[in-house]
Design a protein. Structure first.
Lengths: 250, 250
């Protein structure tokens, strides 16, 4: 009997992600960090810096998933609205909190601390801080929502403090078989048959192209059950072999 | 009097985007393609290959935005469920359609066409096809929803056919000022003042780090009004100057 699946959502906040100015990488980082802890990402959203949008997304996602991870909008400038929006979503007050203020004062000193930087000490009532070893300004956890920075290096550092607080479930592992010179339309039928025979695995098929003439398919099996995964791997290799190619297990 | 803003949503479909296996780049491509046409992305979502998830997201987004652009899930394999899920969202029937079938038969010939490949000719009733010059299997438009491939090169090619059908509004342009050696906490107050003075511009602040010691901030102004944008640019340069650095307009 495997442990149950635990699913989380990621909420990425910031106009720059929607305008195309910034290429997000945080979703992938979070997914790869959580997978070995037994947490799968079930959904992700990207919203603007509009507080009502942030609050609505936080409430929709926290009701539905075991955990919600937000990125972005917790800096010192006027367009950083995440902390207030999360407080509003939970219906709690927010203000500059002594523990967060002490962290910032220790870092900036009394000469550099100012009203803008103190915005980063605004923490919703009832939240616990998330350590930021890179630039000190903390994130926070409120209920099942983890509020983190948007800058990838800072977000990644915050995950270390987040990881300890996660109660994961089954660890879903994956096996990829690379089949060169094979086309999806030719393996679809046997792959569907394999999926039917192995309902406890999730099978995906992803074509790849390497011009001028390299192409093929990555077959990916995902399951929390190692025995099932091994059977799926063998099945995927057999599909490639039946099409006349030696699949490579990645 | 500027034209009204037209906002769209992007819905990215596929387990591989949520597991961390695949790094999405389509959101940025779509945003950059639409911006000069006068369409801004207001929200994006990433969902699994689960049909109910896809349908629910399509219905939530199409009710709220002028256009919805989906990527992924229209290939020949069993995990490609987007076309059926979009048909279900609209409450219309779906089946192999003659025009789509003809495109696939012309491409694959009668020997290579098979049941799996014909899945790519399944088009919801009432939809119009979106041309795919790369691999032929068409996307489709149903109402205000554009259903495109997930493979970036194919998705990008489909946008050319999509672009003609878009009625955009105001074109939002942006100006970026790069201020080296400046920290967000030091410019937050004057930036907030500039935002207050120019409510028709959206001002964003994005710190950057180039270790070991390079750092600074990108100030970004976005507006559909060129005169407002020019004033915002001058204001951002003045903020940098007041902090002792020459901002660079990117």
């Amino acid at each position: 009997m495997t442990a149950p699946l635990v699913r989380a959502a990621v909420l990425m906040i910031g106009d720059e992600l929607l305008s195309g100015r910034t290429q997000d990488t945080n979703l992938r980082t979070i997914a790869e960090f959580l997978a070995p802890l037994g947490v799968q990402i079930g959904e992700a959203r990207v919203v603007t810096d509009e507080p009502a949008e942030i609050s609505a997304a936080v409430n929709a996602l926290r009701a539905r998933y075991a955990y919600v991870f937000t990125t972005g909008g917790i800096g010192p400038t006027h367009d950083d609205k995440t902390a207030d929006a999360v407080a509003a979503a939970f219906g709690v007050n927010i203000g500059v909190r002594a523990d967060a203020r002490a962290i910032l004062e220790a870092h900036y000193g009394t000469t550099e601390i100012n009203e803008a930087r103190l915005r980063m000490a605004r923490i919703p009532d009832g939240a616990s801080l998330i350590a930021n070893p890179v630039s000190k300004a903390p994130g926070f956890q409120l209920g099942n929502v983890f509020v983190m920075a948007g800058v990838p290096s800072i977000m990644r550092a915050m995950l270390e403090d987040v990881g300890k607080r996660i109660e994961g479930g089954a660890v879903v592992k994956s096996v990829t078989v690379r089949a060169k010179g094979v086309r999806e339309g030719d393996l679809a039928a046997p792959l569907a048959a394999l999926q039917k025979a192995e309902p406890d695995v999730s099978l995906g098929s992803y074509p790849w192209y390497q011009p001028p003439d390299g192409y093929g398919v990555h077959l990916v099996a995902r399951s929390a059950d190692e025995a099932v995964l091994a059977r799926a791997r063998d099945g995927m290799l057999a599909i490639a072999r039946d099409l006349g190619v030696d699949g490579e297990v990645l």
